[in-house]
Every structure is written in structure tokens, then in C-alpha cells.
Design a protein around this ligand. Structure first.
Ligand code: AMP
Length: 214
């Protein structure tokens, strides 16, 4: 089972990836989370990526393609994986094809720009383990701490309103064309992102059941 989640920033790709990952026991791979961790630990890649992410820009293709190449050869990917936030450009999708990675299903979560901007203001992230929450739609049990590791939650630097608008522009220009890229291969389905997280999950599960019969 090799699945890609597409969608604007804040459409719910990360949350849906985590749920499907838990249900089917395959890893959810978020290039954004890998990049944030590299920035936090100050690696060379993190230092290079920081300037891009802070401005809401995409990190150069060769950097993220390198990240994915290293990640997909790990043992836990043998049974399948979920990609959250990769590919984000046609060049990245082509790189996956060149690596011989045969994607089974691409699920694009559709949310209107105005709703994205509203959602992002409530998003919170754990600085330690990367789990994400939303103050209305997916609050942590303890309020301002992470349910998984107990660390404080914060607003992501790139979730600030001015950066969100840039990220949306980048999404429409660079990432949205991937829907046609995968539709032409008969692999892309669209799911309307719902206000209630569980309602979106139900639609996502429906598509997975249709594609994989489970
Ligand atoms: P995300 O957590 O997926 O929203 O990613 C956060 C930021 O990491 C993005 O705004 C980009 O700057 C960078 N990033 C993550 N994935 C990619 C990718 N596939 N290509 C380029 N930049 C990426």
C-alpha cells in the first residue's frame, strides 16, 4: 500500500496520514517533519532548509528528493508507506517514478483557501515529537501539552498568517498540477475536506477501501 496525500497546507494531510498509518501499520513519512527536525537539531540540511521554510517557500527539489531516497530504503517501508507533503512539484513526482516507486493511490484533500487561512490560526505543533493538533478540531487532552510526549505545543513559524498566504500561492502554482499528473495515470482521487476531522477520515477510508478492497 503506497499512498500519497496531496492538498494545500493545513488541509489535513498530516492528520489523515497518521490515522491511516496507525490503522494499517505502515509509516507516514512527512518531509516537512523531517525538515523541521533537521532545523531543530541544526544539521547542514536544516540550515539550508530554514531560510526557505520560514518564507513559506519550497526547499529545493534535490534536497527533498535526497531525503525521500534515504527514507524509502529503510526496512519499515517494505510493506508500504504514506507520503505526506511529498511530492510537491512535478520534478519530485518524476524523481519518484525514476526511483521505480510505484504509487497505488493519490488522495487529494480539497479545502477552500479561505477555510485554510481560518484553520491555520488554530493549528499547534509539538516541538519535540512533531505531533500536530488544532485548538478546535483536534485539541490535545491536556490543553497546551502534547498527548504523546508531554512537551509544550506551539504555533509553527510558517503558520503565521502572512506566511500561510505565500504557502497557498506556492501550493496552487507548484503542487496543484500534480493532481493532473496523477489523474492522467488514473491514480488520483479527490476528497472534500470536512469541518469535522472524523468525517474527512470516513471519506478517506472509503477511497482506500475502493482502491485496496480493505
Ligand atoms: P509541511 O509540514 O508539509 O507543510 O512542510 C513545511 C515546509 O517544509 C514547507 O513549507 C516547505 O518549505 C518544506 N517542505 C516540506 N516538504 C517539501 C517538499 N516535498 N518540497 C519542498 N519543500 C518541502
Amino acid at each position: 500500500m503506497r499512498i500519497i496525500f496531496l492538498g494545500a497546507p493545513g488541509a489535513g494531510k498530516g492528520t489523515q496520514s497518521e490515522l491511516i498509518s496507525a490503522q494499517y501499520g505502515i509509516p507516514a513519512i512527512s518531509t516537512g517533519a523531517i525538515i523541521r527536525e533537521a532545523i531543530a537539531t541544526g544539521t547542514d540540511m536544516g540550515l539550508e532548509a530554514k531560510a526557505y521554510t520560514e518564507k513559506g517557500m519550497l526547499v529545493p527539489d534535490e534536497v527533498v528528493i535526497g531525503i525521500i531516497k534515504e527514507r524509502l530504503v529503510k526496512d519499515d517501508c517494505k510493506k508500504g508507506f504514506i507520503l505526506d507533503g511529498f511530492p510537491r512539484t512535478v520534478a519530485q513526482a518524476e524523481a519518484l517514478d525514476e526511483m521505480g516507486v510505484d504509487i497505488d493511490l493519490v488522495i487529494s484533500i480539497e479545502v477552500k483557501d479561505e477555510d485554510i487561512v481560518k484553520r491555520m490560526s488554530g493549528r499547534r505543533v509539538c516541538g519535540s515529537c512533531g505531533s500536530s493538533y488544532h485548538i478546535v478540531y483536534k485539541p490535545s487532552r491536556s490543553g497546551e501539552q502534547c498527548d504523546k510526549c508531554g512537551s509544550d505545543l506551539s504555533i509553527r513559524a510558517d503558520d503565521k498568517p502572512e506566511v500561510v498566504l505565500d504557502r497557498l500561492r506556492v501550493y496552487h502554482e507548484m503542487t496543484e498540477p500534480l493532481k493532473d499528473y496523477y489523474k492522467s495515470k488514473g491514480k488520483c482521487v479527490e476528497v472534500e475536506g470536512q469541518e469535522i476531522l472524523d468525517d474527512t477520515s470516513a471519506l478517506v477510508r472509503e477511497q482506500i477501501a475502493l482502491a485496496f478492497g480493505k
